[in-house]
Design a protein around this ligand. Structure first.
Ligand code: PLP
Length: 329
């Protein structure tokens, strides 16, 4: 137990019931092929089968279901058009709470259609992600809506931590947990739970080489900003916030190591899980497998890899199924 940290195992246990109303308990599936390659038993924690295709429903459910009735009635808002935005829209609808996603004119029509289909309100304006965030903050100030932060929020971190509790129950002898890492909400929650339940286990973060903001911030000892570069792991893009409150400190305290993977390694991992397991993972969801396949982890087994999301583009899936050596451009 680490009483100095902002999120505890008790916080994680306290949100389990709320999370279970919307998210499913995902299976931890042993993979013989990967185990042979790595030389120790490896399992995939299939968050890719959650409603909306990623673990983000857990944090969104934890946060949104914690709001009192009056606050909830004013609605929730986010500026994310990716997995977090989808999760917020889905959870809000299933709980009967109004949700608004602020999107800029630069957001591709396919993403806008997907969000509309989830039944949320769209506030369209501006020309960048920063404009979207400013619009969301204005709705918080003017209408008393609640911003659901994608990672730097105690309720969100506790929600993601339910993955760690499940891993400890499903594989009580786990030696290493491998976790995709961007803003750090996922790894913070998982590490709080795993270190409490299985204190001997190592928790390893994996990011893409192209724009690994948390890795750079850990080295610097404070939040740093990096330019965004195009990557297959688009769900891992974005910073940790120059005013980061929770995830940098928890990651510093509990995460044992962070490794980086190349675009080719991510592509090879996406292809590997499709061919060997008939599992579709998006780039950000496949970085853990990528690190293992690339021999980047000398990990004590058994190893559990969090396969965090499924939302690859159709064109990518078609190219993967065709066994292409490189992603479509
Ligand atoms: C958001 C996301 C992550 C990273 O989560 P953080 O809490 O930002 O570190 C990993 N994988 C997928 C598929 C995601 O959508």
């Amino acid at each position: 137990m680490r009483p100095d940290l902002a999120v505890s195992i008790d916080d994680v246990e306290a949100v389990r019931a709320r999370v279970a109303d919307v998210a499913v308990v995902t299976p931890t599936v042993p993979t013989a092929t990967l185990s042979e390659r790595v030389g120790t038993q490896v399992s995939l924690k299939l968050e890719s089968i959650q409603p909306t295709g990623s673990f983000k429903v857990r944090g969104a459910a934890s946060k949104i279901a914690s709001l009192d009735a009056n606050t909830a009635a004013r609605g929730v808002v986010t500026a994310s058009t990716g997995n977090h935005g989808r999760a917020v829209a889905h959870v809000a609808r299933s709980l009967g709470i109004p949700a608004t996603v602020c999107v800029s004119h630069n957001v591709p029509p396919g993403k806008v259609r997907a969000l509309r289909a989830l039944g949320c309100d769209l506030a369209v304006g501006g020309h960048s992600q920063t404009d979207g965030l400013a619009a969301a903050e204005a709705l918080v100030a003017d209408r008393g809506m609640t911003l659901v932060h994608p990672f730097d929020d105690r309720a969100v971190i506790a929600g993601q931590g339910t993955i760690g509790v499940e891993i400890a129950e499903q594989r009580s002898d786990v030696g290493t947990v491998v976790v995709p890492l961007s803003g750090g909400g996922l790894i913070s929650g998982v590490a709080v739970a795993v270190k409490a339940r299985c204190p001997w286990a190592r928790v390893i973060g994996v990011s893409m080489e192209r724009g690994a903001v948390m890795a750079a911030s850990l080295s610097a000892g404070h939040p740093v900003e990096l330019d965004e570069e195009p990557t297959l792991a688009d769900s891992l893009q974005g910073g940790i916030g120059t005013d980061n409150r929770y995830t940098l400190a928890i990651t510093q305290a509990l995460v044992d190591d962070v490794v980086l993977v190349t675009e080719q390694q991510i592509w090879d991992a996406m292809r590997f899980v499709l061919h060997h397991h008939r599992v579709v993972l998006e780039g950000g969801g496949a970085v853990g497998v990528a690190a293992l396949l690339a021999g980047r982890l000398a990990a004590p087994g058994p190893v559990v890899v969090v396969a965090s999301g499924a939302n690859a583009e159709d064109a990518q899936i078609a190219a993967l199924a065709g066994a292409a050596d490189a992603p479509p451009t």
